[in-house]
Every structure is written in structure tokens, then in C-alpha cells.
Design a protein around this ligand. Structure first.
Ligand SMILES: *Cc1c(COP(=O)(O)O)cnc(C)c1O
Length: 427
């Protein structure tokens, strides 16, 4: 279509880059159709949960103060619990981010003398201070919770012998991070996570398993809570917020675990009874309703990026053809300069702050300088089109999100354009 070419030209995408993209897209039709099917299933799952719980206009009313008898909040938690097939859920604006949700889940269910085990290698950067792998005031370590880690084998699979050896009488909770985070290991499928959960529970039946589900929600038709996780935890400014939730996190799991989380989040004795919704319920419900479709668009963007960059010689994780279990695409760009160019393209495609230039900076919770491109309606929202990465070899950018597939496509085309303009690639 001639009009699209013109529009892309106005937005700074050359005909050469556009056509390179179209060529890659032709081969992706079947994969995109499969993604649409998962989205259709998950959309139905969310609607069924909303109908079952009789969501009505009354659920969207704002509450203030203590938030006693907040029926909108309580019902949203039942909707989440039904979608994740768990006994209970804690879904609140008082959970400030994903790291906070994970911190609540861990510190509520680990007591002094207990041990936490990560059988999947080093956890996400911000969790390292929470656990005390990097010293920090108020870490779990400071409260007497010890930590053990078993790294993945060289081929990215679980080291079952090592895991069996690491489980001891103190091991109370196992944390499994579904998504790769800022590592270049594979993301685990829900099925793989299920196998790992079965293994650790076989070694020690009373072990609790928490899955850091960030970026994984709605990518498959099942969630880690369908395969034995006691808690699944994530951020509402990622997948399940659908781009509309302005803040929040969720913990879905067994009643026993979630009750403890509520007592940790608010106060012993108060638990889930307090926590006003501050008028955010419409965004949280509507965002959850949109989430399956938004996630599908983001996943298409990730696959498109791999199919653009891999043929140009950049290592992509996941690669251009393998199956997906989260919405993150890592592209190893090999230099800081290329990371800056890539991020400039993503930024330049944004509906908000497109005029800004992303540069590396020191960010709280992260060890290395980090570059972040985001032109988001919600600050830091990474279900919106965004790219980030720590400035360290292999200079990988982690690309994710896009509230619509078309926006994701534009962002990736513009990133490639910036790379071409900087003389870093030739098409
Ligand atoms: C984003 C993320 C977190 C932390 O979430 P924040 O909302 O940034 O605090 C934790 N784990 C993984 C795997 C993540 O991707």
C-alpha cells in the first residue's frame, strides 16, 4: 500500500528497511496465526472468570481510607484466582512493582533459619538485593534467611543432581524465574517448570514453590499455577495489566501462602481486609481483560525482531524460529554504540517522549549502567514498547512489549533504521 510507505517515510523508515521487514513477515503468517489462537483462548478464559464472578459497574467504584468491604478489589482478586486456577489472590495498587510483589511473597513465607533455593541460576537483578546476594539493608539474609543456588547446565537445562544435593532440612521455598530476565539463558516453558516443581516436591514434599511469572502471563494457555506452583507472582505494569493498570502487582496461590502475603503486605491481623482501591479498579479490570490480546501483539513484535536481526548476524535469544514462553527478545548487539542506536529507534517510534534520546545511566537495584528506551503512557511500563539492557558484554538489548502489534513493528523497523544510519549494519 502506497500510503503506508509514505507514512513510514514520514516517520523515518526508509523503503529499503520497510521492504526488508515485509520480506521477513511473509514467513511468519503461520506462527502469527498460532499466537492469535492462544490469545483467543486466553481472552475467553478471562471473560469466563469475569462472568463467573458477576463483574458489574459497582466493582469499579473508588474507595478511600482503610478500604473496608471494597467489593471491587475483593472481586478482582477472585477473578485473578480463577484465571490462574488458584485458591486465592492478592492483587493491589499497594503492591508497587514486581520486585515488591516477589519480596512480599518471599518474606511472608520464609522465617529466620529457613533456606531459599534458586534451582535456575542467579535471580533477576533487583531480587539479588532482596535476597542479600548483594548486601542490602533489610535483605532476607539480614533476617536470617539463607540462600542457595544451583546453576543451569551449560545447555540451559536443569541440573537435577545438583538440585537434589542442594535441598536440605532447611530448604523451605524454591524460587523459579520463568523468564530469562537480563540473562541470555532460555526462558522456561510452563511444562518445563512443572517438571522441575514435581522434581523438587518429590525430593521434599513440603517445599513451597514460587514462580516469578514476570513477562510470561498469557503467552501460553496454562500458567505455572496449573503445574503445581504454590505462588505465581508478577507485575501489573507488565503483561496482566494490559497496559492500562497504572501500578500494582499480583500474587496468586494457595490460601495459606496468600494469607501470609497479605499479612506481610499490610499488617498481621489486618491482611486483605485493608487497602483502598483509590479509583483504579476500572483500569485494573479493563487491563486484565485486554491483556491476552496485548500480550499476543507483543509476542509478534518479539518474533519479528528476531527474524529481522538474526539474518544480519546478531545472536537472538530466543532465536528466529524457536517456540516462545515470554514476550522478551534479547538481541546481542556486541557494542554499547549499537545498544544506543537500537534504543534510539525504539524511543523514536513512541507515542510519548519520542523526542528524547536514551542514554546509559546508574539505576537503583541494578549493578551495571542500564540503558532504557521507553515512550510510555505509564512510567516504566514494559508491556508498552520498550528496550533496555545493562551495559556489559554481550551488549544485549532486551526488547519487549508494544500495546499494539503495529506499534511494535514500527519500533523494530526504526531500530533497524538507526543501526543502518549509524553504519552498524548493511541490508
Ligand atoms: C521485571 C521483572 C522483575 C521485577 O519487576 P519490577 O516491576 O521491575 O520491579 C522481576 N523478575 C523478572 C523476571 C522481571 O522481568
Amino acid at each position: 500500500m502506497e500510503q503506508i510507505l509514505e507514512m513510514y517515510r514520514d516517520l523515518g523508515v526508509s523503503q529499503e528497511v520497510y521492504e526488508y521487514g515485509e520480506k521477513a513477515l511473509e514467513k511468519l503468517k503461520t506462527r502469527f496465526a498460532a499466537i492469535d489462537q492462544v490469545a483467543e483462548y486466553n481472552q475467553s478464559k478471562v471473560i469466563a472468570a469475569m462472568q463467573k464472578n458477576r463483574v458489574s459497574a459497582a466493582c469499579f467504584a473508588g474507595t478511600t481510607g482503610y478500604g473496608y468491604d471494597d467489593m471491587g478489589r475483593d472481586n478482582l482478586e477472585r477473578v485473578y484466582a480463577d484465571v490462574f486456577h488458584t485458591e486465592a489472590a492478592l492483587v493491589r495498587p499497594q503492591i508497587t512493582c514486581g520486585t515488591h510483589a516477589l519480596t512480599v511473597a518471599l518474606s511472608a513465607n520464609l522465617l529466620p533459619g529457613d533456606e531459599l533455593l534458586s534451582p535456575v541460576g542467579l535471580p533477576y537483578d533487583t531480587l539479588q538485593e532482596v535476597i542479600g546476594i548483594r548486601e542490602s539493608p533489610c535483605s532476607l539474609k539480614e533476617y536470617g534467611v539463607s540462600y542457595r543456588q544451583v546453576d543451569l547446565l551449560a545447555d540451559g537445562t536443569f541440573d537435577y543432581d545438583g538440585i537434589r544435593a542442594a535441598i536440605n532440612e532447611k530448604t523451605k521455598l524454591v524460587t523459579i524465574q520463568r523468564s530469562k530476565g537480563y540473562a541470555t539463558r532460555p526462558t522456561f516453558s510452563v511444562k518445563q517448570i512443572g517438571e522441575l516443581i514435581a522434581f523438587v516436591k518429590n525430593v521434599k514434599p513440603d517445599i513451597l514453590v514460587m514462580v516469578d511469572n514476570c513477562y510470561g502471563e498469557f503467552v501460553e494457555t496454562i500458567e505455572p499455577s496449573d503445574v503445581g506452583a504454590d505462588m505465581v507472582v508478577g507485575s501489573l505494569i507488565k503483561n496482566p495489566g494490559g497496559g492500562l493498570a497504572p501500578i500494582g502487582g499480583y500474587i496468586c496461590g494457595t490460601k495459606k501462602c496468600v494469607d501470609r502475603c497479605a499479612y506481610r503486605l499490610t499488617a498481621p491481623g489486618l491482611g486483605q481486609e485493608v487497602g483502598a482501591n483509590l479509583g483504579l479498579m476500572t483500569s485494573l479490570y479493563q487491563g486484565f481483560f485486554l491483556a491476552p490480546t496485548v500480550v499476543a501483539g507483543a509476542e509478534k513484535g518479539a518474533i519479528f525482531a528476531a527474524n529481522l536481526y538474526e539474518p544480519l548476524g546478531f545472536k537472538c535469544v530466543p532465536n528466529a524460529t524457536e517456540s516462545r514462553h515470554d514476550i522478551i527478545q534479547a538481541v546481542e548487539l556486541g557494542s554499547e554504540k549499537a545498544m544506543i542506536a537500537f534504543c534510539a529507534g525504539i524511543q523514536g517510534a513512541a507515542p510519548v517522549d519520542a523526542f528524547a534520546t536514551p542514554l546509559p545511566w546508574d539505576m537503583p537495584g541494578y549493578n551495571d549502567k542500564v540503558i532504557m528506551a521507553a515512550g510510555a503512557f505509564i512510567q516504566g511500563s514494559s508491556i508498552e514498547l520498550s528496550a533496555d539492557g545493562p551495559i556489559r558484554p554481550p551488549y544485549a538489548v532486551y526488547f519487549q512489549g508494544g500495546l499494539t502489534w503495529y506499534h511494535a513493528k514500527l519500533g523494530i523497523l526504526k531500530s533497524l533504521q538507526e543501526m543502518v544510519n549509524a553504519g552498524l549494519v548493511e541490508l
